[in-house]
Design a protein around this ligand. Sequence first.
Ligand SMILES: Nc1ncnc2c1ncn2[C@@H]1O[C@H](COP(=O)(O)OP(=O)(O)OP(=O)(O)O)[C@@H](O)[C@H]1O
Length: 445
Amino acid sequence: MVDEEISQSILVSGESGAGKTESTKNLMQYLAFMGGRPSDSSEGKRSVEQQVLESNPVLEAFGNAKTVRNNNSSRFGKFVEIQFNERGKISGAAIRTYLLERSRVCQVSDPERNYHCFYMLCAAPPESEKYKVGNPRKFHYLNQSNFYELNGVDESQEYLATKKAMDVVGISSDEQEAIFRVVAAILHLGNIEFTKGSEPDSSQPKDDQSRFHLETAAELFMCDKTALEDSFCTRVIVTRGESIKKCLDPAAAAICRDAFAKIVYLQLFDWLVSKINNTIGQDSDSKFFIGVLDIYGFESFKTNRCLTGTPLVSSFRLGIGYFITVALYSHLTNRPYILCSFEQFCINLTNEKLQQHFNQHVFKMEQEEYTKEEIDWSYIQFEDNQDILDLIEKKPGGILALLDEAWYVYVSIYFCLYIMFVFLSTIIYHIEYISYHILCGQYTL
Ligand SMILES: Nc1ncnc2c1ncn2[C@@H]1O[C@H](COP(=O)(O)OP(=O)(O)OP(=O)(O)O)[C@@H](O)[C@H]1O
């Protein structure tokens, strides 16, 4: 990089649990050793590279979870850009994260777990008592799976380690308190159940337990309880000049609650990343950088099983479409898959695309160049995955295009039914209207 004055990037790719995150940490330690400067211990300030390394436990607490393959699986993509000055010394860094798997906040399949931070907080008195959490088995967002403890991991110690790492990356104790308040509030949100309200198609908290969790969540979010309840049980439609409040039935209110929990968690995670970036500091004058991309790993299993559990695929349309997708993908690649979510399917697709990029640059283009220059070269055999990408992505005919088409068909059928309904109700209304007037003697046949 210094000799050629060109920035470089390293892509760390592989199956889930293969060791990408651990390798990334080793890589960064190496870069810190090569390009680091001694920290300014007189001021107690930590160097950029130390801060980047020490931000890992924070990101892992909020972005990692136990999966079938890995007890500490990263559920987000991470690109760390380490910036260097012209002398090859580290001058700044930036961490960018991609697509945190937010469905996990509300939906966990056995034997996986939700994000580590939830279990840490439950095991951390006195905070657990203060925030009215404690036994993870009591919370809907955690008890959908029977897996609570990780072998050899003391969650209360992990909680302390995460707080210590937060200190290092410049998150104040007030901010730490606010972060864990939000984490606890999300757990309470999950326990709010809804039942039919007094008006038709309306909803309200089911019982005293649900009202308790609603009140606690509002207290922790520091917001008005009624406003929070309204945000789940009603929908505001804004038209020109006025806004209309529409009630939601219990099922729709539960979907609203989950959507709220997911978006709050995502905002919290993004806030953490931006806070870490602010503390580390970027160097706008840096000459070049080395980027390290730690992508989420693909999953490949012996037995194929398809759980259409996420809200996206729980609809009939995508449920069927998704099942066909998995079956075809598995058949074509001759790799049996367990895909527990639509998100994991997208992760696998991303990995296939990266593999194709690698094939393209390392095998295809390089070997074409050798052939063109007539260099004596023994051809390297490699497995081209273009057919897999075509199967999924090709337009028209690819699986994603078929899913889109299915969606249009679904919307069109829905629209036609709606028009027919409006048409029929208008006719019925007119028949009733005319009959009424005939009966009243205002019309003669
Ligand atoms: N170099 C290593 N030294 C020690 N342990 C390792 C090493 N590489 C991997 N491991 C072990 O394997 C586990 C999984 O590794 P890691 O989290 O890096 O996988 P990953 O490829 O990033 O997985 P995912 O894609 O699911 O995030 C680690 O928790 C650790 O126990």
